[in-house]
Design a protein around this ligand. Structure first.
Ligand code: PEP
Length: 255
């Protein structure tokens, strides 16, 4: 049985005081229950340390939204895996569609970042997903397959086993139009089959695959009740403590 994992991607939102307040309120709600769900908060870089101070000693984990593939050096404006680790991160989102779309991240860049994260002991949350045009053209599986193979190229089964995948159809991100539970299940089963091919049956059976794209308290339980949907990567709805908490609760009810 795979334990559900719900991550909040705050993107480029909130000031530091707002981030502290949001994480403080979420911790309060989360600690009132004993939900058997893994939870990760992924605030912007400058919020990591203040948010870590709020969630320290709780079961809430910290994640970043990006990292650089090199260990250190002359890369102005970038951030390293070691910096993230020393800020308290255990997770890092890699290959989010906004990084691919606005910052030119290719499958090769994603691969380098996944390697660096793993080498440093961070768990990468590897994002894949098709655009609306690609879906309409019947290319969903081929696009997702290229992204998954690209992200894990040259890696062994032990490395793949230490990742989380997020299936995020680009047309569902921030649009209010979520994939139906059946659409999510269809692609996520396909991803699991692909992982079985790359890393074997045991790794595929244990690997957690999140769904992301307009997840709300209203649709979360149905989505996460699907057999291959092991949690959610949540953007907009993670910016309010109550709605994020409701999604985490839905994950525990769907378990
Ligand atoms: C995301 O950015 O990862 C995301 C899923 O956003 P939203 O929940 O707002 O669609």
């Amino acid at each position: 049985m795979r334990r559900k994992i719900v991550a909040g991607n705050w993107k480029m939102n909130k000031t530091v005081p707002e981030a502290v307040e949001l994480s403080r309120r979420f911790r309060e709600l989360f600690e009132a229950d004993h939900l058997e769900v893994d939870v990760v908060l992924c605030p912007p870089f400058v919020h990591l340390v203040p948010v870590r101070e709020v969630i320290e000693g709780s079961r809430i984990a910290l994640g970043a939204q990006n990292l650089h593939w090199e260990e250190r050096g002359a890369f102005t404006g970038e951030i390293s895996a070691e910096m993230l680790l020393s800020s308290g991160c255990r997770f890092v989102i890699v290959g989010h569609s906004e990084r691919r779309q606005y910052f030119g991240e290719t499958d090769e860049v994603v691969n380098r970042k996944v390697r660096r994260a793993l080498m440093s002991g961070l768990t990468p949350i590897v994002c894949v997903g098709e655009t609306l045009d690609e879906r309409k053209a019947g290319r969903t599986e081929s696009v997702v397959e290229r992204q998954v193979r690209g992200a894990f190229a040259g890696m062994g089964r032990d490395e793949i086993a230490r990742t989380v995948i997020a299936y995020e159809p680009v047309w569902a991100i921030g649009t209010g139009v979520n994939a139906t539970p059946e659409q999510a299940q269809e692609v996520q089963r396909f991803i699991r089959q692909l992982i079985e091919e790359l890393a074997g049956r045991d790794v595929a059976a244990g690997l957690r695959i999140q769904y992301g794209g307009s997840v709300t308290p209203a649709n979360a339980r149905d989505l996460m009740s699907q057999p291959d949907v092991d949690g959610a990567l949540v953007g907009g709805a993670s910016l309010k403590a109550d709605s994020f908490y409701e999604i985490v609760r839905a994950a525990s009810l769907a378990s």
